[in-house]
Design a protein around this ligand. Structure first.
Ligand code: SF4
Ligand code: SF4
Length: 299
């Protein structure tokens, strides 16, 4: 598999974090649907053929996480005029795409942290502020965070966002309503979805449901489950009626988890990491300066 320059930097970001964390091997080899102790991961099946773009999931997420109210109301469709990314005040956003199969029925696709099976962000974090839980959600402990933003550099999906405009900046991203999941409840966005477009369950069972839907409705679904293998597999799984490339879902992330990709690299050239912190800080600075110039990263 070829790896782009951008992805090299992300892989390298994860690698640097691992080495700096103590030269340990990255997390255990891929276990597709479970943590190393065998507990099955939960996940979320996003069936974009069911989504009507009501943004109830966005609103529920906003309320659950006590985020500031957006300038444009959740009932306004003007937000669909341009593609949106997550921000420190919006952990999940819905975007609209043309539907080549049915121009009258646009496709709506949610965007948020993918809760990777083996998250690069958690591997890159030197202080374990980001952690893959045995239940599947990748949670964040702000009290541990030192603001280095290695996680942002390493995430293949650009999910974590940073509060640049805050005096006490922290990382912000979806944490899969970990407190609710831990208590046997569903994430707020799933509870709020009136169409069942966001469906919560054990990742393994969700994959079975997704395969069944594809098998039983070959004209309706494109035969691909996004997230089954991407970046080593993710808790967020997507079904769609069209190839996912048309929905801005990243296809260039490979099928190997980012921590796993770095193993050989780590042990082959250990001395490179003496300079790693300087390199990553420089990289992060340049990336975000560029983002700010382009108007991204500013809230
Ligand atoms: S999508 Fe990014 S932030 Fe979310 S778990 Fe994966 S690596 Fe971490
Ligand atoms: S709540 Fe459900 S139907 Fe509404 S935008 Fe979110 S996923 Fe789509």
């Amino acid at each position: 598999m070829t790896i782009s320059r951008r992805n090299f930097l992300k892989v390298a970001g994860a690698a640097g974090g691992v080495l700096l964390a103590g030269g340990q091997k990255p997390a255990q080899a891929a276990v597709p649907d479970a943590d190393p102790k065998g507990l099955e991961f939960y996940g979320m099946l996003i069936d974009t053929t069911k989504c009507i773009g009501c943004r109830s999931c966005e609103e529920a997420c906003n309320e659950k996480n006590k985020l500031a109210k957006p300038d444009v109301s959740f009932s306004s469709e003007t937000v669909f005029e341009k593609k949106r990314d997550t921000t420190p005040e919006a952990f999940t956003v819905v975007n609209k795409f043309p539907n080549p199969k049915d121009p009258e029925k646009p496709i709506f696709v949610r965007k948020q942290c993918m809760h990777c099976n083996q998250p690069a962000c958690a591997t890159a974090c030197l202080v374990k502020a980001l952690e893959k839980t045995p239940e599947g959600p990748v949670k964040y402990n702000k009290d541990r965070c030192m603001g280095c933003r290695y996680c942002m550099v390493s995430c293949p999906f650009d999910a974590p966002k940073y509060e640049y405009n805050s005096n006490m900046p922290y990382l912000k991203k979806c944490v899969f309503c970990f407190d609710k999941v831990k208590n046997g409840e569903q994430p707020a966005c799933v509870e709020a979805c009136p169409e069942g477009a966001s469906f919560f369950g054990k990742r393994r069972e969700l994959l079975e449901i997704a395969r069944q839907r594809i098998y039983q409705n070959p004209d309706k679904y494109h035969p691909y489950i996004y997230g089954e293998h991407e970046a080593g597999g993710t808790s967020m799984l997507f079904l769609s009626s069209v190839p996912v490339e048309k929905l801005d879902l990243r296809m260039n992330v490979g099928n190997t988890s980012y921590p796993e990709k770095t193993t050989g690299f780590l042990y082959a050239v250990p001395h490179i990491f003496i300079l790693w912190p300087t390199f990553l800080f420089g990289l992060s600075y340049l990336t975000h300066s560029k983002d700010k110039e382009n108007g991204h990263g500013e809230e």
